[in-house]
Design a protein around this ligand. Structure first.
Ligand code: HMG
Length: 388
């Protein structure tokens, strides 16, 4: 973030403190929504000892799909070797796609249709705003895979306390002809906060005094400071009015509450950036890898927001044995293996990515990549994937 700020002639304090970001992940042209989704899902199935034959529904939430028609999910279905009887589809609603998939999976299980099988829900996205835009420091790339089961090991969401919110707004969108998102940045923040208030009321009602009893509050995190703004609105709903810096006591209550319930789980978001539909679940991973033991049996809130806009607020309980799985979900090793890009390399990658969909042959080695699953070009209008 400091390198980027210097290159853009901006005070680094704006990105570091003003937005709360430290680094952002940049995908190479050989990494796309499919490769990231398949990688995350492989880690989830192997790390949690789940037989792919148990998966009866596969949903990929993404707003950066690779085809107007063919879903990312069906590529992933093949790459994971899932059963042909598995129901497979993609969900798109900006950053809300994975939460939509998650609650649809719960409905699938609750209806009895799953017949003991599990759902695999993957959030996979590359956030691109373009060079020298206001959104540039809020980019990122990544995927989170989740297995949804009748007897969850990590988090049990209460189906009685899920609230929804929808409103047609032009706060952030990506027209069919553009690789880059357009955003009305400050308006989008307002839309997010209104959606939080609306979905929370739908989930738990107007009067409920929830926060005192919660072990954590997780939010959609387009940039870390957004989680502070969200927590402020969350607390204001219980406080019954605005919390401002002019009222020292009230402001201290807010900052204490934020430090206890939200801030400790924002480390991965600060290191990776906005991964759109997966960013709420990055915060969940951060919580589970650090505090699953201390928060075992405790309730937490989760808020997912997708521009355009749609949102869900829900309450879940951390599993008693969630800490047992800490190692399987900690991405520390992958983060440590990242390579720092110079600004010239970063801008070069963005340029190459613009052409990547129409290039016949892409060589992962050119981007220092080896030993993974990569997108290697489009031949005869067909995307090609290869394990290096
Ligand atoms: P901006 O206008 O360049 O920045 O864009 P700013 O002037 O608002 O400054 C940002 C913060 O830095 C402010 O703090 C400044 O005071 C502070 P705040 O008042 O908000 O607390 N600041 C400094 N702090 C310390 N030292 C300094 C300094 N200078 C300024 N020297 C914006 C910011 C977020 C709007 C822009 O990056 C943007 O457009 N981002 C993309 C849109 C976005 O992330 N929206 C969030 C809500 S919508 C959402 O979450 C959905 C989304 O994920 C998409 C989807 O659903 O698919 C985006």
């Amino acid at each position: 973030m400091t390198d980027l700020a210097e290159a853009r002639d901006v005070d680094p304090g704006k990105y570091l403190q003003g937005l709360g970001q430290r680094r952002m992940a940049i995908a190479s042209p050989c990494e796309d929504t499919v490769t990231m989704a398949a990688d995350a899902a492989t880690r989830a199935l192997q790390g949690f000892d789940i037989d792919p034959a148990e998966i009866g529904t596969l949903i990929v939430g993404t707003e950066t799909g690779v085809d107007h028609s063919k879903p990312v999910a069906v590529y992933v279905h093949e790459l994971l070797g899932l059963d042909q009887r598995c129901r497979t589809f993609e969900t798109k609603h900006a950053c809300y796609g994975a939460m939509a998939g998650l609650t649809a999976s719960m409905d699938w299980i609750g209806s009895g249709r799953a017949r003991g099988r599990k759902a695999l829900v993957i959030a996979s996205d590359i956030a691109r705003y373009g060079l020298k835009t206001a959104g540039e420091p809020t980019q990122g790339a990544g995927a989170v895979a989740m297995v949804i089961a009748e007897d969850p090991r990590l988090l049990a969401i209460d189906p009685q306390r899920i609230g929804d919110y929808t409103r047609q707004v032009m706060d952030f969108w990506r027209p069919l002809y553009s690789k880059y998102a357009f955003a009305d940045g400050h308006y989008s923040i307002q839309c997010y906060l209104d959606a939080l208030a609306g979905a929370r009321v739908d989930a738990v009602g107007e009067e409920a005094e929830l926060l005192a009893g919660l072990g954590a509050c997780l939010y959609h995190v387009p940039f870390v400071k957004m989680a502070f703004k969200a927590h402020q609105r969350h607390l204001e709903m219980e406080y019954g009015g605005p919390l401002s810096k002019d009222h020292t006591e009230a402001w201290r209550m807010l900052t204490d509450s934020y430090q206890r319930l939200a801030a400790p789980w924002l480390g991965l978001n600060a290191e990776i950036g906005n991964i759109y539909t997966g960013s709420l679940f990055l915060a969940l991973i951060d919580l589970l890898r650090q505090a699953a033991e201390g928060l075992a049996g405790r309730e937490i809130s989760l808020f997912s927001y997708g521009s355009g806009c749609g949102a869900t607020y829900c309450i879940g309980r951390i599993g008693d044995r969630a800490a047992h799985w800490r190692e399987a979900l900690d991405p520390a090793e992958q983060l440590a293996a990242r390579r720092r890009l110079s600004i010239e390399e970063y801008e070069g990658l963005i340029g190459d990515t613009e052409q990547a969909d129409t290039v016949e042959r892409l060589d992962p080695a050119r981007y220092g990549l080896d030993g993974g699953l990569y997108y290697v070009g489009t031949r005869d209008h067909r995307r090609q994937y290869s394990r290096g």
